[in-house]
Design a protein around this ligand. Structure first.
Ligand code: GDP
Length: 320
């Protein structure tokens, strides 16, 4: 398929074309990357879309939640795309999000498009492809893009930096619930959802929500006039899912009212540009044969104590 054919198909909302376009974006071949860039630069989406990041530890119920939320949105007449950023794949080849067939019901729906995480590359590379896949999904007419990730390493920050609203799922657990929260995560959360609020755990979930709410009071808010929202849900029983979506909508409306919606997207694009430049500069530096040789020379000098690391860095940079 030519770029033109792909473009036509994607913009006409054809799944086969969208899937092929994403495969092109995910390819490591230089030639494919050129075509992918050409495609990305040409696609257009005039539609208003909502990008939501969904994170949480393995087992918290992300796929069950996304399946319930996705079905609800489709019933409202929306088209939903689910993309994933799986930080484990580059390192181990394995996946934390799971290779098992997830979200079976949602994947069988015509208005849903589900794409697992790209299977190779660094976290930065995986995030780059997910970002571009998101653009393609929007051009193909998807209204809501759900980007799923696991609460491991840097992947949450990667996802938070590409969405309008970042939602984190937590488990009920009284007293110790705050210990489970990683440094820096609280500052990027827009909506905190306690899942598995059913049966014996329902009370604990409500308690945990109150505890989090109290803890968040002590933080400087991410957006001055937009408070973090809290919800308790049971994804298996589909309880609280619609209320949670209402909270997402309320949050998005607040962003728009404060003129932050577009400015956040623009800022994300500018950061993204900077990041791409930095990654490419580094790649170019370390991939040049002479630079590699020079670096080896300096490493040996540092190892023998002949030169300090900072001196070596200065000399290396001057040399290249
Ligand atoms: P993920 O690893 O975060 O995607 O979690 P899954 O969606 O695969 O769910 C992990 C387990 O928790 C499964 O056995 C689910 O059936 C269960 N689970 C998910 N949501 C709920 C819920 O709301 N209540 C209860 N009781 N179990 C749930």
């Amino acid at each position: 398929m030519t770029v033109h054919e792909l473009l036509q198909g994607v913009q006409a909302g054809k799944r086969r074309h969208l899937a092929k376009a994403i495969t092109l974006v995910e390819s490591n071949r230089e030639q494919d990357q050129k075509l992918a860039q050409e495609l990305i630069s040409k696609v257009q989406s005039g539609k208003e879309t909502i990008r939501v990041g969904i994170s949480g530890v393995p087992g918290v119920g992300k796929s069950t939640f996304i399946e319930a939320l996705g079905s609800l949105l489709i019933n409202q007449g929306l088209k939903v795309a689910v993309l994933a950023v799986d930080p484990s794949s580059p390192a181990t080849g394995g996946s934390i999000l799971g290779d098992k067939t997830r979200m079976e019901k949602l994947s069988s729906m015509r208005e849903a498009f589900i794409r697992p995480s790209p299977t190779s590359g660094t976290l930065g590379g995986v995030a780059k492809r997910t970002r571009e896949s998101m653009i393609l999904c929007e051009a193909a007419g998807y209204d809501v893009i759900l980007v799923e990730t696991v609460g491991v390493g840097q992947s949450e920050f990667e996802v938070a930096s590409m969405v309008d609203c970042f939602l984190v799922l937590m488990l009920p657990g009284a007293g110790d619930s705050l210990q489970g929260i990683k440094r820096g995560i609280m500052e990027i959360i827009d909506i905190l959802v306690i899942n598995k609020a059913d049966g014996d755990q329902e009370k604990l979930a409500k308690l945990a929500a109150t505890e989090y709410q109290n803890a968040f009071h002590l933080l400087t808010p991410k957006f001055e006039n937009i408070p973090v929202q809290f919800a308790t849900v049971s994804s298996v029983r589909k309880k609280g899912i619609d209320e949670t979506w209402e909270k997402v909508i309320t949050f998005i409306k607040a962003l728009k009212k404060e003129s932050l919606f577009q400015s956040q997207r623009k800022e994300q694009e500018l950061n993204w540009f900077k990041r791409l430049v930095e990654d490419e500069v580094l790649r170019k530096i370390w991939n040049t044969v002479e630079n590699k040789k020079a670096a080896e020379k300096f490493k040996a000098k540092i190892a023998s104590g002949e030169i300090s690391p900072s001196q070596a860095a200065m000399e290396f940079l001057n040399q290249i």
